[in-house]
Ligand binder design. Sequence first.
Ligand SMILES: *Cc1c(COP(=O)(O)O)cnc(C)c1O
Length: 414
Amino acid sequence: MPEQREPRSHDAVAGQAGTVVFDLARARRETPGCEQVLHFNNAGASLMPQVVLDTMIAHLELEARIGGYESADRVQDRLNGVYASAARLLGCDSDEIAIVENATRAWDMAFYAIPLGPGDRILTANAEYGSNYIAFLQRARQTGAVVEAIPNDEHGQLSIAALERMMDERVEVVAITHVPTNGGLVNPAAAVGKVAREAGALYLLDACQSVGQMDVNVSAIGCDMLSATGRKYLRGPRGIGFLYVRREVVDRLEPPLLDLHAAEWVAADRFVIRPGAKRFENWESNVAAKLGLGAAIDYALGWGLDTIRARVTALATLLRARLSDIAGVSVHDLGVERCGIVSLTLEGHEPDAVRAALARERINVTVSRASATRLDMDARHLPAVVRASVHYYNSEEEVDRFCAAVGALAAAHD
Ligand SMILES: *Cc1c(COP(=O)(O)O)cnc(C)c1O
C-alpha cells in the first residue's frame, strides 16, 4: 500500500469518503511524464510509472546482451507471475488468463470462437466499440446470426429491463462494453451478468477502459469472457492485452486461429488444442511488454483499485463541474455511474481544432469519432467529441489549467 500522509492543498486530496488520503505527490514523483505534459489522454494510453519503464528497459538490455530466447528462459518465473498478477486483478485463476497483443485481438479470439448459426442472436449495447461491432456484422453475414442492440434506459446506460425482455433461447451471446471509449458511462455489467447467466447465454465483456480504473472482478460481474489492454488505465506498455475465459466454458470455445503454442501437433494428421485460456495465445510475444504489464498490474494493486477509482471519479467530477461553468462547453457523459472519461464539445470549434490548440500548450486529449461508437454517437447526433480522460496522478491544479485553456478558446470565439 502507498504510504499515507496528511493532505496539503494540491499535494494530496481527501478521497470521496473523506477518510482516505491519496498520496498525489508520490504518484506524480513516480510518473516521469508528469513533468513534461498535462496528460488527459489516459483512455488512449496512460503515462507509464517509472517501475514499468525500468522493467521493460532492463529486459530489453538483457535480450541484447544474452539473446532473446535465453533471457526469456531466465525470467520464466516472472513471466508466470504476470498471469498470477492478472488473475489477482480480475479475481480468477492463472489458467483462465491469456496474454496477447492487444484487447482487440483478445476480444476477437473469444468472440470468433463462439459457435453461431442462422437465427442465433448476438445482443450488444449502444455504446459498443466499433471493432467489436464490425466483428458482429461480419459474423452475422457469415453465419446468418443477427445482432441486436439493447436499448438505453433514461440515464443513457443499457436498460436491464429491456435486456430481460429480449432474452430467449436464441440468444447465444451478450457482448457489451463496460466503459465505452467515448465517455464517462459505466454500464451495469454485474446486472447484465445475472440476466445472461440465468438465460444460459455466454457473456463477453469488453473491459478495456474499466480495468485499471476500478475494481473489475469477473465473479462479481458474472462474465464468461473479458478483454482488457495494457496501455490504458492500467498504465502498462503498448502492444499488450489480455483475455479472461472462465474455466467452465473454455472447452466449448475453439480458437479461430491455432499455432503450435495454442495446440499440439501430436500425429501427422492430428492436433490437440491446449487446455485452459492459453489456447487463445500465439507463440511469439513481446517479453519485455509482458513483464511491463505485470509490473503495471502489481503497481495498480499496490495503490488499490478502490482507492484509484475514488480518486479518478473525484477528479472527473470536478472536471465536469468546472467545464460546465464555461460558456459554450457541453459535457456529454451518460449514465448513473460515471468514471474518469469526460467528453465535451465547444460551440463554434471543431473537436480536432480544440485538440490541436490544447496540444500547443502541451495538454494531451484526443477526439472520439462517430465511427468508433456509431450507434451511440449517431443517436445523439454527435460526429465527434473531445475526450479528456483523467487518472489518479493528475492534479486539481491540472484541472484548473485545463479549464483555463478551454475557457480561453471559448472566449477567443466570442
Ligand atoms: C481501446 C479500446 C479497445 C481496443 O483496445 P486495443 O488494446 O487498442 O485493441 C476496445 N474496446 C474499447 C472500449 C476501447 O476503448
